[in-house]
Design a protein around this ligand. Structure first.
Ligand code: TRP
Length: 455
């Protein structure tokens, strides 16, 4: 079976070189693989959370769609659509909202950062914070779960959102006793370059240091590259390629041989102005043909509209039956059909699928316990306690933790912390991927315990 890979692009900005190298180019490359079923969408409902500037959102939607198409996205091959064309997404958002714990949303990084900012400014904690920002992770979970995505390529800042999507999917599955949702995983591309911007910091709209991909044409591209900050070394003085934004950007476009030549030129003391010209020409070689397609598309919004509507049709062929089935599960089906509860009781979470604790007494007389998964895998070993009651109290707290569990990730093991102190550890894992898989299983077990504790 193919892996379904899904990602959304918030439509508030104009794509820059960093977006192209870090997200667009690798995503399009991955979408060409035969074992991948790619879904890309314009997250324009998310854009509403960030901006109330309608003209900006409208422009950004068009620019982003044209950019992805010009960069080689094949709408026949991938499913390319607008979030706002899929009414099942807000519908599913509500279903998930009703099972989302408010505590989980309180812990979302973006929301917490906004609260912290208010606190620092001496304002009311929630001053200026919309419910939209608060609900952002649930909308994103619906984007992902509506299509049963297996993998979600995102930046590190989005990992928590994917974990919340998993949490919500798992909670729904558990509550209604079936595998309604595939649980997604974040796909973090370690190799993908993050480009430095004009000032050497990561290229980002929020730092106002970006180099536009298409906007302003080749003239703007060249002019912006000429503004990249360098040191004051004169022509003839050797430059350090490994401490040089120009070189990092160059390498993101060039092959190995070209990169070696540029490295040598820097070491040989090429002047900064000349080096920038070389960089501009290398980028322009890749960008010029795409820019031509981009401009043709921007001049023909009707063509883009048609592509996106066809994409929405493909997407809804999956989401419509899925959400319709969920309506039935939740008790929202037509009254003429057999009621959900008739003749069967709601599938209760099966006890034998639950993780379990096993207490024991250590050779030195102390009291400890282990947590095992439903499959009998050892997940955690508690620290020793002199008093069995203290060990019991810890078990009880672990049952209620769920997503609030704080896990410290060591190279070969995980440590569960409570109130800032370590209370239990996992076995040692031979390699980091094994540790990461164990982390997922441990989280799943803690979630299951917390759900059962709520009932
Ligand atoms: N929040 C993502 C970002 O800011 C955009 C996004 C919205 C998204 N929905 C998504 C990404 C679903 C992946 C999957 O980058």
């Amino acid at each position: 079976m193919n892996t379904r890979v899904l990602t959304g692009i918030t439509t508030t900005g104009t794509p820059h070189l960093g977006n192209y190298v870090g997200a667009i180019r690798p995503a399009i490359e991955a979408s060409r693989r035969d074992d991948v079923d790619a879904f890309f969408f314009l997250a324009d409902y998310h854009a509403l959370i960030k901006s109330d500037d309608a003209a900006r959102i409208e422009r950004s939607r068009l620019e982003i769609a044209a950019t992805w198409l010009a960069a080689g996205l094949d709408p026949q091959r991938v499913t390319f659509y607008r979030q706002s064309d899929i009414p099942e997404i807000p519908e599913l958002t509500w279903f998930l909202t009703c099972i989302a714990s408010k505590g989980m949303l309180n812990r979302a990084h973006a929301y917490k950062a906004a609260v912290d900012k208010n606190a620092a400014a001496g304002e009311d904690a929630d001053a200026g914070i919309t419910a939209g920002l608060y609900m952002y992770p649930v909308l994103m979970a619906a984007d992902i779960l509506a299509f049963d995505a297996n993998q979600v390529p995102v930046g590190r800042d989005q990992i928590q959102h994917i974990e919340m999507a998993r949490d919500l999917g798992q909670r729904f599955n558990h509550l209604h006793g079936d595998e309604f949702f595939v649980l997604p995983e974040a796909l973090i591309e370690e190799q993908v370059a993050t480009l430095p911007g004009l000032d050497g910091r990561k290229m980002s709209k929020s730092y106002d240091n970006t180099i536009p991909l298409f906007a302003g044409g080749s003239k703007q591209l060249r002019e912006t590259i000429m503004r990249i900050v360098t040191d004051s070394r004169l022509p003839g003085e050797p430059k350090d390629p490994d401490d040089c934004a120009l070189f990092t950007i160059f390498r993101a476009f060039a092959n190995e041989a070209e990169t070696a030549v540029f490295r040598q030129a820097l070491l040989d003391g090429i002047g900064w102005g000349e080096a920038k010209q070389v960089l501009y020409e290398r980028i322009e070689t890749d960008v010029a043909p795409m820019r031509e397609r981009y401009e043709a598309l921007m001049a023909d919004p009707a063509a883009i509209e048609t592509i996106l509507r066809q994409g929405a049709q493909k997407a809804r062929a999956i989401a419509t039956p899925k959400v319709a089935a969920l309506r039935g599960v939740l008790g929202l089906r037509a009254m003429t059909t057999t009621p959900a509860g008739a003749g069967q009781t709601k599938a209760a979470p099966k006890q034998d699928r639950m993780p379990r604790f096993a207490s024991f007494r250590d050779a030195d007389g102390s009291f400890r316990f282990r947590l095992f998964s439903a499959d009998g895998e050892e997940l955690l070993l508690s620290k020793p306690f002199a008093d069995p009651k203290a060990a019991g109290a810890l078990q009880k707290r672990l049952k209620g933790l769920g997503t609030a569990a704080v896990l410290q990730v060591l190279p070969r093991a995980l440590v569960l912390e409570l109130d800032g102190a370590p209370v239990a550890t996992t076995p040692e894992y031979p390699v980091e991927p094994a540790r990461d898989e164990a982390l997922a299983r441990l989280r799943e077990a803690l979630d299951l315990l917390a759900l059962a504790a709520q009932e």
